[in-house]
Ligand binder design. Sequence first.
Ligand code: NAD
Length: 285
Amino acid sequence: MPDNGAAIVTGGASGIGEATCHALAARGLDVAVADLDPEEAGRVVEAVTAATDADATAVEVDVSDEAAVEAAVDAATDAFGRLDVLVNNAAVASREADGPVTEVEDAGFDFVTGVNLRGPVYACKHAIPAMLETGDGTGVVVNNASVAALVAEPGMDVYTATKGALVSLTRSIAVEYAPEIRANTVCPGVVRTPMLESVLEETDDAGDEGGAGDANVNDADEADDEAGAGDATDVPDNLRRMIDDTPLGIGDPDAIADAVAFLATDRSRYVTGATIPVDGGFTAR
Ligand code: NAD
């Protein structure tokens, strides 16, 4: 990886993506914060440039739209003069759009697969040629999947399927484009981010009649603080079980971002095609 390396992070305006932008910039990479939300992306750019010596730029993109992805990759490459790292992080997890497979509707299926699977495919399609273009042979793809790709996580079956597909896609890329491109997958466990909040809020709305209470991720957090991760309350059963079953408790976005940054830089130069749980031990049980 050259000193003037550059990265594009999809979904970089929030949660794990935002933390990833900071982690990459802290390691000397210029960063394109590519997101559906240009205002939040701009906020992250300001924060990154204030905190580091790296350059950063905001790029508005809907990753499910190929033309927009191509334009975003071009914008990032133009901004920094090269592209070395693609982090496919943008995804949607929605209990409204998704569900058990017997309840899946086309609109939800298309929405979830559009962002979570077509998005990374489009980004790889356009970013890999840009990374090969450097001539350095040190391009990197890091795909952000989920423990849902590794073990059953009932309730959002299309989400789970897209994350499994991402693991397979990553392996194919690692073999097809070696040695010039490395590709690896991280599989986060339960991480305290706005995505988790939104899943909890949807569950809360649906469960109002049933008395689910005002569940939000901080309830789990407060319960953690009071009595350890195993006592999280007021969260949906499956998430409470996940937190209960995570030896290190609920994770912070920075912890995932550090793993992504490891995979994005030369420290991991002999790692490719790997699927790495960053899950506080959830899948160790
Ligand atoms: P988040 O909701 O906090 O952030 C997602 C970002 O993606 C947002 O900024 C959003 O604007 C952007 N985005 C959404 N749709 C987009 C689109 N079509 N095009 C471009 N950008 C789009 O999410 P997060 O919790 O930080 O999750 C990041 C990644 O980590 C996702 O791939 C998610 O599946 C994975 N993950 C999260 C958890 C968790 O517990 N939070 C667990 C496992 C895996």
